[in-house]
Design a protein around this ligand. Structure first.
Ligand code: SF4
Length: 70
């Protein structure tokens, strides 16, 4: 995804079975390779992980009002 992955949009490398299509390959982004999952991040099931991820995405949304004329 040359222009970055927008929040809420699955990565193009995500396979239908939720595995990474380029895991272990040099093309895998550094941010993915360096990520060390934690219990807080993963929770005990997919729903908890998605809740955590959604909260992160919401908290890191760009402030579209900065620099804009109103
Ligand atoms: S590990 Fe990175 S490249 Fe692989 S599916 Fe997830 S976000 Fe995409």
């Amino acid at each position: 995804m040359p222009h970055g992955k927008p929040a809420g949009i699955p990565c193009v490398q995500l396979l239908p079975d939720m595995r990474c299509a380029i895991f272990g390959q040099p093309e895998r982004p550094a941010v993915c390779s360096s990520l060390r999952p934690t219990n807080e991040m993963c929770g005990v099931n997919r729903d908890e992980a998605m809740t955590y991820l959604t909260a992160l995405e919401n908290r890191t949304q760009p402030d579209w009002t900065v620099g804009r004329d109103r």
